[in-house]
Each structure stands twice: as structure tokens, then as C-alpha cells.
Design a protein around this ligand. Structure first.
Ligand SMILES: Cc1ncc(COP(=O)(O)O)c(C=O)c1O
Length: 359
């Protein structure tokens, strides 16, 4: 028998979360963000489940090609665009859409001898200062791009830096003002909203919304839980107790002996560690569910195991079920206790964790 850790992927929850996106952004087209193996949920299974979506976005060219090869017919946008002329040949061949965020990409595109028209999302830097052209450069770029016979539709896009923060209206408005300078001149279709903006900033919905995290059932907002937003966890990671230990007062637990028992207590050893994707920085006190009852982690997370406090937990035995995050234990709570965010936990799920899909 293999180790008892597994990740259940609930496809009904994924469909439900898509319906929530639709409720928020009734008049926009939806581009599901499925980069990084669909945030760890499995590229192909997520793409097939979202078969009614208007488009997909990711940034790994190989993954985009894989989607085309299994017959995914919707537009697929490469969020960082292309890095070489060879990439452009693939974009052309597989009819992929591409972000353009840098003059070098425009120069490469101008030289490219295309077979078909390529649709572009021109990324404008409105204040995040990661990818994108300044608005004035953007206007020049549009002139150049419109003169290339192999350029198809052009859509303007930008990315918002603080959409998850309810106190950041000023930052959002600054970005929107910069974006509207170019939008008002060019009158092109556009895309701005990630999950947080879909929920909190309806004025950003426009032609295309780009949800990622909310599709997977985690809250994109600092101040609201997924349950409050009616989002359902798609991924539940569970395991089992594989050993029990009885501690005396002052006994220590795990590497470095960072946890010391204040009184006699029982602890359980769970088959889950940082090599499975559980965050090593999770502190003593991080919530976990054992046998349907909430308790806490004690001591350091090891590569393959972690230890849980069984004080007050009833009917425990080797083999008792454990939930690390997902159903009944929001991933955000675990992430917070480990000083990280749900996105990182999702993406860190290791390939050695077997995946069980439910419809
Ligand atoms: C350009 C872009 N749009 C949309 C998203 C989706 O963001 P979220 O997962 O917060 O909805 C991302 C994710 O990082 C992104 O990089």
C-alpha cells in the first residue's frame, strides 16, 4: 500500500466556482487562469472541466500546446508572451494568443513571417511595474502593430497590484486613471480584473475577466473567507495518522526539539511533510483536522512527517483520517500560519502526492 497522503480534486466545486465568477461578471467574457498546472490542480482535468469557458490563460508554451493537442479549441493566451522566434512559430502553428509587453517582442513579431493572424493582448504598465509598456509607448505600439498584416485582434490589458485590499481604492483608481488614458484614445477591447477585482471592483470587469484563485475555491480577499464568498474548495489534501506517541512533561518533539510538552500528552504522527508540499514554515499552532476534530500542529514539519496534538481528540488510532487543508479547513488559515498565501500552497503540492478526482 502506498503512503496515505492524497489530494482530492472536486470538479463539481470547480464548476460551482465558475458559476460564482459568472454571477459577478455577467457581461464579461471569462478567461480562466490555469498557469502552473492550474494552480496545482491539474492542467488537463481543469481545462476539460471548464469546457464552457470563453478562453484560457497560462504562460507555459508547452502546456498551451498540450491543450491544443487534446482538442481544446478556445483561445489560449500566453500571459508572458514569447521569448524567441521559435516560440512565435509555435504560437502561429497552434493558433495561440499572446501578450505583448516589451518592444523586443514587437520587433520579433514584425520580422515574423506568419501563416495566420495572431491575436494580441497589449499589456500596459499602470503602476505595478512588473510587465507592460508605458501608456505613451503603448499608443505608438498599437500604430506599429496595426500595420502588420499578420496581427489579428488587439486587446489592451493591465494587472492590478492591490485589488485584494479593501483599503486600496486609491491605488486601484490611480491604475484605472492611467489605463483609461490609453483606452479612451484607442477604444480597444480590454481586460483588467483578476479574482479580487471581479469581486470587489465591478468597474474593472470590462470585456474580459481573468479569474484564477477564486476558481480553485480560495478567497482572493484579505478580509473575507471563501465561505463568505460562497466559494468551495476544489482541493482537499488528506492523510492519516501513522504512529502515536505518549509524551511526559518536558518531552520534546521533532527536529530541534522546538516543542516541549507542558504536561503529559498524546501526539500523532501524520504522513505529510514538506516533500509533499506542506509548508515547512507552519508553526506550532497551525490548524489541522484529525478524525473530524480540529487541533494543532506541534513542533517542526519534517520532510515526510508532521506531528499533531491529540489532547481532547476522541477515538484516535493509527489510521485515523487527517485533513491538511480543503473541506472544513480553509487553505488560507494554513497559509497564514505558515506566513504564506494559498497560491503558494496550491502550487507546491508535490508530484508524489496521488490525486483522486471526484466529479
Ligand atoms: C496577468 C494575470 N491575470 C490574472 C491572474 C489571476 O489572478 P488571481 O489568481 O488572483 O485571480 C494572474 C495571476 O497571477 C495574472 O498574472
Amino acid at each position: 500500500m502506498s503512503r496515505p497522503i492524497s489530494a482530492q480534486i472536486n470538479l463539481a466545486a470547480l464548476r460551482h466556482n465558475l458559476s460564482i465568477v459568472r454571477q459577478y461578471a455577467k457581461h464579461s467574457r471569462i478567461m480562466a487562469v490555469i498557469k502552473a498546472n492550474a494552480y496545482g490542480h491539474g492542467l488537463i482535468r481543469v481545462a476539460k472541466t471548464l469546457h464552457e469557458i470563453d478562453a484560457f490563460a497560462l504562460l507555459e508554451l508547452e502546456a498551451a500546446i498540450q491543450l491544443r493537442e487534446i482538442g481544446i479549441h478556445q483561445p489560449i493566451l500566453l500571459l508572458e508572451g514569447f521569448f524567441s522566434e521559435a516560440d512565435l512559430i509555435s504560437i502561429d502553428h497552434y493558433q495561440l494568443d499572446t501578450v505583448i509587453h516589451h518592444p523586443e517582442q514587437i520587433a520579433m513579431l514584425a520580422k515574423h513571417r506568419a501563416n495566420k493572424k495572431i491575436n494580441l493582448f497589449l499589456k500596459i504598465n499602470t503602476g505595478m511595474n512588473r510587465l507592460g509598456l508605458a501608456p505613451r509607448e503603448g499608443i505608438k505600439a498599437i500604430h506599429t502593430l496595426k500595420n502588420l498584416s499578420h496581427v489579428g485582434e488587439i486587446t489592451l490589458m493591465t494587472h492590478l497590484a492591490c485589488a485584494d485590499d479593501p483599503a486600496a481604492d486609491r491605488e486601484i483608481n490611480d491604475q484605472l486613471n492611467i489605463f483609461s488614458e490609453i483606452l479612451n484614445i484607442t477604444r480597444l477591447p480590454c481586460s483588467l480584473a483578476n479574482s479580487a477585482a471581479i469581486i470587489q471592483h465591478p468597474q474593472t470587469h470590462q470585456d474580459w475577466v481573468r479569474p484564477g484563485i477564486m476558481l480553485y475555491g480560495a478567497s482572493p480577499l484579505i478580509h473575507k473567507t471563501a465561505t463568505e464568498l460562497d466559494l468551495k474548495p476544489v482541493m482537499t489534501v488528506s492523510s492519516k495518522i501513522i504512529a502515536l506517541q505518549q509524551l511526559n512533561t518536558n518531552d520534546k518533539v521533532g527536529y530541534g526539539g522546538t516543542f516541549r510538552a507542558q504536561q503529559p500528552m498524546q501526539i500523532g504522527i501524520v504522513a505529510a511533510g514538506y516533500a509533499d508540499g506542506y509548508p515547512r514554515h507552519a508553526q506550532t499552532g497551525t490548524p489541522i483536522i484529525v478524525n473530524g476534530q480540529r487541533t494543532r500542529i506541534v513542533g517542526r514539519i519534517s520532510m515526510d512527517m508532521l506531528t499533531v496534538d491529540l489532547t481532547g481528540i476522541t477515538n484516535i488510532a493509527v489510521g485515523s483520517p487527517v485533513i491538511l487543508w480543503g473541506d472544513h479547513l480553509p487553505i488560507e488559515e494554513v497559509a497564514k500560519a505558515a506566513g504564506t498565501i494559498s497560491y503558494e500552497l496550491f502550487c507546491s503540492l508535490s508530484s508524489r502526492v496521488k490525486v483522486i478526482t471526484t466529479e
